[in-house]
Design a protein around this ligand. Sequence first.
Ligand SMILES: NC(=O)c1ccc[n+]([C@@H]2O[C@H](COP(=O)([O-])OP(=O)(O)OC[C@H]3O[C@@H](n4cnc5c(N)ncnc54)[C@H](O)[C@@H]3O)[C@@H](O)[C@H]2O)c1
Ligand SMILES: [Zn+2]
Ligand SMILES: [Zn+2]
Length: 338
Amino acid sequence: MKAIEIIKPGEIAIVERPIPECKENEVLIKVKAAGICGSDAHIYHGKNAFATYPRVVGHEFAGEIVKVGSQVKNLQVGDGVAVDPVSSCGHCYACRIGRHNVCKSLSVIGVHRDGGYREYVAVDAGSAHKLPKNISWEIAAMIEPYTIAAQVMDRGRLTADDTVLICGAGPIGLILLQAVKMTGARVAIMDIIDTRLNMAKEMAADLVINSKTSDMITEMMAFTNNEGASLILEATGNINVLETCIQKIAAPAGRVVVLGFSTELVKIPQVAIMSKELEIIGTRLNNNKFPQVIEWFAKGLVQPEKILTHTFKFEEVEKAFDFMDKNPADVCKIGLTF
Ligand SMILES: NC(=O)c1ccc[n+]([C@@H]2O[C@H](COP(=O)([O-])OP(=O)(O)OC[C@H]3O[C@@H](n4cnc5c(N)ncnc54)[C@H](O)[C@@H]3O)[C@@H](O)[C@H]2O)c1
Ligand SMILES: [Zn+2]
Ligand SMILES: [Zn+2]
């Protein structure tokens, strides 16, 4: 079979690999489509602190089961599935309290072990989630990024009464927007790229802010009657944005959910957190959110087709990465077909 391998930072190749064996508790999947995530690009460019090389990347993917292990009960050959990339040890502190996505020995497909950018993948049957009948492979590959939003909603304890600010209108920011809109909360979104903000407008954002051309703090104070945002979702990954949000935009008793994983130091006076009793909340991947998101997709509660802007054949992966780097204003999510 063919596999897309990042040999070392900056070097990508399509290589020949044996089809993986399917153990008794596993299913063998013929991959049909995969999404390109910013973190795949970061691994390609050598900018992901968690990755090791050589690596077959890809943690957003879907395909058809072609073999089931002897112990697998709930899945059959021919089933379409999306794969939860998170695996955990089951006995560390985080696992014991039901937070396996931050397991001490966390292993993510496509980051710590080989991922979905190959023709066949064997995964634990518990990680394969059966798809509804009515969705295409490219759309099914987008279930994983929506699980990020489900996790953020959970971590941020989003309610309809919140006034939300989403920082960043990249694929994740726009997916967060769709998820927040589902609850009916009022939501503003900021970025520096107008085409992305226009997409946000089309997805019914209540306010869009281009922070290059207008003052985010003034706009947010007007939007919130000077109260500040009760819930901020930081999805630019930029530490200056995070500093501004914590110090100037969060409402007293507000929550700030941090998605980015920059290793740069954030400078915030303690008193900014203490005086308003702010909650600064981390979020990572997803904690068993696939069933919930598959229901969103099946019921048409979210619009993944608005996020998926381009599709390439997997043989064109290098071109796809390059296109993504050079066209941030036009590209939101790129899908690869197999
Ligand atoms: N915690 C998790 O589990 C998780 C999962 C997926 C992605 N992420 C992170 O979420 C963030 C968003 O992901 P994405 O794929 O949408 O990334 P992206 O890079 O495509 O989008 C980021 C957006 O933020 C905007 N931006 C950057 N700096 C800005 C600034 N100073 N002011 C205003 N706008 C700015 C960019 O124009 C872009 O539209 C990234 O930091 C990513 O690493 C976290
Ligand atoms: Zn991702
Ligand atoms: Zn664990």
